[in-house]
Design a protein around this ligand. Structure first.
Ligand code: ZN
Length: 445
């Protein structure tokens, strides 16, 4: 049985991930992601109504038309976590394949919601929720295993495809967090065992390869948030915290700190409500009892009016808009479009970093300038990354000891730097180390 890896998307950019692994005549697809900034450039783009081919042309979703040149049939679509750059293209592409979509329970719920919001295509693929630590028999020759890991969204796994020639490990995305705020550390014992059994190939994210040392634990972010939120002399005025709406661990920390200082946590914004209520309903997180959440614009504005009236010093607002996205709650507050008017001395905490692209930098600059002009005090970068740093990658490669390495999830600036790093461990290009551009492929045996 020959085994081939096909880099469909996410090899020229961060975003729109999709990698296929062909084993003989059977194909397993990992991720179908969306690159959101490519969509935001087009102001009037409503993804729900758009055709796949137009989105492919915009470079917003992977160009899977090349899959026609891969001989075999897709037996499974596998997603390792619920970030949009891994699941966002499912409503546009999955219906072309007669295969189940296998992902962790929380990811499956997010995929279900994605599909429900789709206007253009009917997506009827079976959804299968596989927990970390469990296996799924794809066919006589192929078994999928999910190994527990950590990332900036809950219920993330490293996917391991067991083939007759060894395991193909798909590690996009992960961090080796030994003291996470929710869940348990990565399953190092199982990873080590898989390494001993034999890993044919490691397909691995390269997002933070330029960062030396180890990625700080989420516990460090909790300390940063707590230090800022719970210790100050002036306890009047509003505290507004913005973070990634899918970062449930962080939101848990913020709500707990709010509770600690006797303020009610209020989650505001459509996606803030979506991710947190799903996690709460699935009992993957519990927030303090005083926590409330509001998604649609009318109820958000009604709540902000109530906050204004009863005194902002009684609340901590947890809002969308850390990237300054137009229409997000913090952006609307900054633009004076909500009943909440920023007062002199209000504290605005960013528990997120700006995702580095010029559009975000511009929008965030606009937002911060508006907030500061209204008298707000800005606290920035109360945040740690969800992606492995260089020394984490070193440990990871040592644990798995793969025959072949394929860096993914990033342009050549990132995947090339990963190649440099792993070159130092003895891997050589075109032999057992493979650098892709989108659409390139390699046979491993
Ligand atoms: Zn991710």
């Amino acid at each position: 049985m020959d085994i081939e890896v096909i880099g469909v998307g996410g090899y020229d950019e961060v975003g729109r991930n999709m990698t296929a692994v062909r084993c003989g005549k059977e194909i397993v697809v990992f991720d179908m992601g969306l690159r959101l900034d490519q969509v935001m450039i087009h102001e009037d783009a409503e993804i729900e109504n758009m055709h796949s081919l137009d989105l492919i042309q915009m470079k917003a979703i992977p160009d899977d038309t090349m899959m026609n040149t891969v001989e075999g049939s897709v037996k499974a679509i596998v997603c390792t976590h619920g970030h949009l750059d891994h699941i966002g293209a499912i409503p546009k592409l999955a219906h072309r394949y007669n295969a189940p979509i296998i992902s962790t329970p929380y990811t499956t719920e997010l995929i279900r919601q994605q599909i429900a919001g789709e206007q253009k295509f009917g997506v009827n693929n079976k959804l299968f929720a596989l927990k970390a630590g469990q296996k799924y028999t794809i066919s006589q020759h192929l078994t999928l295993e999910f190994v527990r890991t950590q990332h900036s969204i809950i219920d993330t796994v490293t996917a391991v495809l067991h083939t007759p020639h060894g395991a193909v490990v798909y590690a996009c995305d992960f961090k080796l967090d030994r003291t996470p705020v929710i869940g348990e550390p990565p399953d190092f014992a199982r990873l080590r065992q898989i390494g001993k059994e034999g890993v044919l190939a490691l397909i691995v994210e390269a997002v933070n390869i330029h960062s030396k040392g180890r990625c700080p634990s989420e516990r460090i972010a909790r300390d940063l948030v707590r230090d800022t939120l719970t210790s100050y002399e002036d306890d009047k005025g509003a505290i507004i915290v913005s973070t990634f709406s899918s970062h449930i661990s962080r939101i848990k920390t913020i709500t707990e700190c709010a509770h600690e200082i006797g303020r009610k946590p209020v989650l505001l914004g459509r996606s803030m409500e979506k991710y947190s209520s799903a996690a709460e309903q699935m009992k993957l997180v519990s927030f303090p009892q005083t926590t409330s959440m509001f998604g649609n614009r009318r109820t958000v504005d009604r709540t902000l009016r109530r906050v204004m009236k009863s005194g902002p010093e009684n609340f901590v607002l947890v809002v969308t808009g850390a990237q300054g996205e137009p229409g997000a709650t913090l952006s609307r507050i900054g633009a004076g479009e909500t009943p909440y008017k920023i007062q002199k001395g209000d504290k605005i905490l960013f528990s997120a970093k700006v995702i580095p692209n010029p559009l975000n930098y511009g929008q965030r600059y606009l937002l911060e300038t508006r907030l500061k002009m209204a008298g707000a005090r800005i606290h920035d970068e109360l945040h740690v990354s969800g992606h492995a740093y260089l020394e984490d990658h070193y440990e990871f490669v040592n644990l798995l000891n793969p025959q072949h390495v394929i860096p993914a999830h990033g342009g050549l600036g990132m995947t090339g730097a990963y190649a440099d790093f792993v070159g130092g461990l003895g891997y050589t290009l075109q032999n057992d180390l493979h650098l892709f551009k989108n659409g390139q492929r390699v046979k491993l045996n």
